[in-house]
Design a protein around this ligand. Structure first.
Ligand SMILES: Cc1cc2nc3c(=O)[nH]c(=O)nc-3n(C[C@H](O)[C@H](O)[C@H](O)COP(=O)(O)O)c2cc1C
Length: 440
């Protein structure tokens, strides 16, 4: 009977002869590649982040849950937020080949000025919650990339501080306070500080119900309760940076008369209470005319969600509309902006420029929006994830990823310039909801 041990031994590879061993060492040496050890922790973190999705994952680990949810969350069942991304996912390309894409140039123009990439950084309130440098970091990164940065009315750095970061293109986003004098004052300050355009946000008559914030009792400034303390202890690097930095406040509305709340730093309130008491729900098309009377530059209406309102915006003489549902943070059940691009372009594309805002996570999303008729896309959370994951360098990283994505996608669909990005580049069945809107 055969010895079972000897049978097992016979399946093992033969012991290497001395020459064989040398060969094995040689082969291993040719394939083994050890990356040099990166001592800079931020660089190490960024080297692993190959997409905005991965930066979101890093931000989720680094930020306290309440802070991450304030950035990441949407209204109610978050269906609109999901729909924004789903519209991009269901839109596919019709790539053309053999088109000599040796040189690809994604440059375009927006509001009469050149832009290296069809992308604008969206306004996001309370940006210092993600990183103490906040709006200054984002403005600097946008400036390096040559892209316009939109400063929110609810920013945590002033209009002037952001303008002072150096060369860069700044837009100012306006929420209309009940006190029009306050708005006029901010608009005049923006003009004096060289801001190029005003972005009037029109989808926030009242604040959407962001249930993650409600559940966590999220307030501005963040309240230090037992839960916050525990959350902070679990995220020490954020907490240490937060407590060392100057207190966060709504920097542009700190003047007396702005009302109580985060503006004067005296008490913590929920964002909903603050906005619902300060913003004017009676805002109407007359206010667009009023804004025109106090501002000489271009106006972008942000939050247009139907073809009818895009027509009214064009009639009102604004230069651009940002098709937007606030990243799904306002009305749950609103249409995905990407689905509106083609019908709005059909209706008023010759009268206003179209910016598609919401759900952009990859450069291919930007290419899809432009192919359907947008002049540019706007992105909010994408850069906030970068900021939360790795501060200013995280924002640089996001913008570099998106720029590289756009170039690569253009090459792969056979487009050398944005003029080649026509509706023929995307699949005809891409926009089911858009086709419905087309017949409005
Ligand atoms: C944390 C956060 C704060 C925001 N604050 C503002 C704001 O102050 N003003 C405004 O017009 N839009 C605001 N938005 C909406 C963005 O401008 C933009 O419409 C939205 O982020 C686009 O969706 P995306 O995040 O999927 O790119 C905010 C969005 C986020 C995520």
């Amino acid at each position: 009977m055969a010895d079972p041990l000897s049978r097992r031994r016979s399946r093992l590879p033969p012991a290497p002869a001395a020459g064989g061993l040398a060969q094995a060492v040689e082969t291993l040496r040719s394939v083994l590649r050890f990356r040099p050890i990166e001592l800079d922790p931020v660089a190490r973190r960024l080297a692993r982040a190959t997409s905005v999705h991965e930066l979101r994952g890093i931000a989720r680990r680094r930020l306290p849950r309440g802070v991450f949810d304030y950035i990441d969350g949407g209204a109610e069942d978050e269906r609109t937020m999901a729909a924004n991304a789903a519209a991009y996912a269901r839109t596919t390309f019709r790539p053309r080949v053999l088109r000599d894409v040796g040189t690809v140039d994604p440059a375009t123009t927006l509001l009469g000025r050149p832009l290296p990439l069809p992308l604008v950084l969206a306004p996001t309130g309370f940006t210092r919650i993600a990183d103490p440098a906040g709006e200054l970091a984002v403005a600097r990164a946008a400036g390096r990339a040559g892209l316009p940065y939109t400063l929110s009315t609810l920013s945590t750095r002033t209009i002037e501080e952001v303008a002072a970061v150096g060369p860069g293109r700044h837009w100012f986003q306006v929420y209309v306070w009940r006190d029009r004098g306050l708005v006029r004052d901010m608009v005049e300050r923006a003009a004096a500080a060289g801001y190029e355009a005003l972005v009037l946000t029109v989808d926030t008559a009242v604040l959407g119900r962001r249930e993650r914030d409600v559940r966590r009792g999220f307030t501005l400034p963040p309240k230090i309760g037992l839960g916050t303390l525990l959350d902070g202890a679990l995220h020490p690097s954020w907490t240490w940076a937060f407590v060392r930095a100057e207190p966060i406040r709504f920097a542009n509305v700190a003047e007396p008369g702005a009302g109580s709340g985060p503006g004067d730093g005296s008490q913590a309130v929920s964002l909903a209470d603050y906005i619902n008491s300060q913003f004017d729900p009676a805002l109407s098309w007359d206010d667009v005319a009023w804004l025109r009377s106090v501002w000489d530059g271009p106006i972008v209406l942000k939050g247009i969600q139907t073809v009818e309102d895009a027509r009214l915006a064009a009639d009102a003489g604004v230069e651009a509309v940002a098709l937007s549902n606030h990243g799904g943070r306002q009305l749950d059940g609103a249409p995905a902006p990407l689905d509106l691009v083609a019908p709005v372009a059909d209706a008023v594309g010759d009268r206003v420029e179209i910016i598609c805002d919401g759900g952009v996570r990859r450069g291919s999303d930007i290419v899809k929006a432009v192919a359907l008729g947008a002049r540019a896309a706007m992105a909010g959370r994408a850069y906030l994830y970068g900021l939360g994951a790795a501060g200013e360098r995280g924002v640089d990283h996001v913008l570099a990823l998106l720029a590289a994505d756009v170039r690569r996608t253009m090459a792969l669909v056979g487009a050398r310039t944005v003029a080649d990005l026509t509706p023929a580049v995307v699949s005809a069945g891409a926009s089911a909801q858009g086709d419905q809107q087309r017949h409005v």
